[in-house]
Design a protein. Structure first.
Length: 594
């Protein structure tokens, strides 16, 4: 799919653009179909209010396609107040239902008649791939349906000519994030919040009794929820349909659980997608896993099936904003559509609302299932997209420790430090850095209490198991202070020499900005204070240079650090490895992250 040629609402002069966008004389129908998802109401609200803003009539179609087929009181004109106070409400206020009648031509004839009677020729469908496919079929048959209705005397020829074309725009509402073409679907983020809340609650009781918990989450054909929740909570094992475990997984999993207990870990968490399979496409169930753990290890093991808890509750801030943005874009797409415009789906790509050809995305989604059915699991993972593949690779890397005897020693010593105010996610960043560093053969040193602790020598080598359980902890376990390094430069330099640190990973706020490694071309501050330690030459732990450091010079840094400026990432020639702790995502220019 060529994303360079997809369309979107112009970002420049948006207000002027909208002022010239007229919906006068047009009618839009909005419906929700398939499984409900948190954020659907926010999407409905955005469609209604944006439609009214541009002068169009907007109609609620209650109970999905069933309401469209039945007509009558199921299709009602909405006004501004109709969608007041629904932004924070889960589910869908206009209802959703499966409709067998719409699968038949007779049902679609009835639906077309009901829409034409109200002048609706623009349809906004919020649902999964099945609902969107049905909408596209309806659109393709529209002219034929109207001609048949005219022959049967249900509508007149004038109505056929006036409503000759049906425009369709889709928004994906699915907690599984199982639709190709979009980074996130409406409801996924809220479902992840529910899962993590449950995992955090279960961990306390599991730790108290040294239990193993098997958590089953939704995802019949997509393992996104299971994978990302496993990454977020540091689960011991995860089962997803796109990447089944290899032959002999039973022994491997039990050995890993036993190894983690030997490291004094008091609990084990196993997350299972409801559609988990082995490499022969045979189902792997949560009960099957429980029986295996009890039989092989004798651990007290419990199964928790989250079920519809994942669908319920209030939508997260992300889902409210995502659905609102998509709803506005959907209305704009409908008003700009022509008879030649294919049905499109509003997707999220790189934090931008984009329009993609609906059936291309549906076909890609179906290709994933086909690849899994044919046991082409590598293809299935790749078809899910870079984000999914990246998350899977990161989880595998952080969850399993390679035996020390199999890791070539690099000779590099890496220091990890937190600076500035504590921020949620700092500990997860430290955990990831420590484990990646160790897996690459580096020695990793924890530096406690920011630059003050650095100067005092509060430095200790940190191991793989030392950061276990850090992912879900708030604040900064290493400790952090707002103190700037300026007055401690000599002591810090001495500590770096004493511990032979080749690289420093700084996780924190903009207090790191005055750190004396200057951009190339600028005069080095306090020249000569850094006689034995050179700035790191790379942004990737796996590429650290183990050679003895060279003297510091202003021209030495060849390393690019991504920094946030005016909401854009810029690579600058800055020495050191800086991770802004107050930003939601950190990306190095040399490191591709999801």
């Amino acid at each position: 799919m060529d994303r360079d040629n997809v369309s979107a609402t112009p970002k420049a002069s948006l207000r002027r653009f909208l002022e010239h966008l007229s919906g006068a004389g047009k009618a839009i129908g909005v419906l929700t179909s398939g499984g409900d998802a948190q954020g659907m109401n926010a999407a409905v609200r955005a469609v209604v209010r944006m439609g009214i803003y541009v002068g169009a009539k907007v109609y609620f179609i209650y109970e999905g396609y069933q309401g469209m087929v039945d007509g009558g009181s199921n299709i009602v004109e909405a006004d501004w107040e109709s969608v007041s106070s629904i932004l924070q409400v889960g589910g869908t206020i206009i209802g959703s239902a499966r409709c067998k009648a719409f699968r038949t031509r007779e049902g679609r004839l009835s639906a077309a008649c009901n829409l034409v009677q109200r002048g609706i020729t623009n349809l906004c469908v919020i649902g999964g791939d099945g609902s969107l496919t049905g909408a596209n079929i309806f659109r393709e048959e529209w002219s034929g349906l109207l001609e048949e209705l005219a022959r049967n005397g249900k509508i007149d020829k004038e109505a056929v000519e006036k409503h000759a074309h049906l425009n369709v725009v889709g928004m994906v509402g699915s907690i599984d994030n199982d639709f190709c073409g979009t980074d996130m679907t409406i409801g996924t983020d809220s479902a992840l919040h529910r899962i993590i809340e449950v995992v955090d609650a279960i961990m306390t009781t599991a730790q108290s009794h040294q239990r193993t918990f098997v958590l089953e989450v939704m995802g019949r054909h997509c393992g996104y929820l299971a994978l990302v929740s496993a990454l977020a909570c540091g689960a011991d094992w995860v089962f997803i349909p796109e990447s089944p475990p290899e032959e002999g997984w039973q022994e491997t999993m039990c050995a890993k659980l036993s190894e983690n207990r030997a490291r004094k870990k008091r609990l084990n968490i196993i997350i299972v997608a409801e559609g988990a399979i082995d490499n022969q496409n045979k189902p792997i169930t949560s009960e099957q896993i429980k029986e295996l753990v009890v039989k092989q290890l004798g651990y007290d093991t419990r199964v928790t099936i989250l079920g519809h808890v994942q669908r319920g509750g209030t939508p997260s801030a992300f889902d409210r904003i995502l659905a609102s943005r998509m709803g506005v874009e959907a209305v704009v797409a409908l008003l700009q559509a022509t008879p030649e415009t294919p049905a499109c789906v509003v997707s999220l790509s790189g934090n931008q609302a984009m329009r993609l050809p609906l059936m291309e995305c549906v076909q890609m989604t179906q290709d994933v299932q086909k690849a899994m059915d044919e046991r082409r699991f590598k293809d299935a993972v790749q078809l899910r997209g870079r984000s999914f593949e990246g998350n899977l690779n990161i989880y595998k890397r952080l969850a399993s420790k390679t035996p020390d005897s199999q890791i070539p020693k690099s000779g590099c010593h890496v220091g990890v430090i937190n600076v500035g105010a504590p921020a949620a996610g700092m500990n997860a960043a430290v955990r990831a850095a420590v484990r990646v560093g160790i897996s690459e053969g580096h020695k990793v040193f924890a530096i406690y209490d920011g630059f003050e602790g650095f100067a005092r020598g509060q430095i200790k080598e940190i191991g793989w198991s030392d950061v276990g359980g850090w992912t879900g902890q708030g604040g900064s376990i290493l400790g952090t202070k707002r103190t700037l390094p300026g007055k401690h430069l000599e002591q810090i330099a001495a500590q770096m020499r004493a511990h032979s640190l080749n690289a420093l990973l700084i996780i924190g706020g903009f207090e790191v900005r005055p750190w004396p490694w200057a951009p190339a071309g600028e005069a080095a501050p306090q020249a000569g204070w850094w006689p034995a330690v050179a700035p790191p030459r790379t942004s990737r732990l796996e590429d650290l240079d183990p050679r003895p450091p060279a003297p510091w010079t202003a021209a030495a840094p060849s390393f690019g650090v991504a920094r946030l400026a005016r909401r854009k990432w810029h690579a600058t020639p800055w020495s050191g490895f800086v991770c802004p702790g107050h930003c939601s995502v950190f990306k190095s220019p040399e490191l591709v992250l999801p």
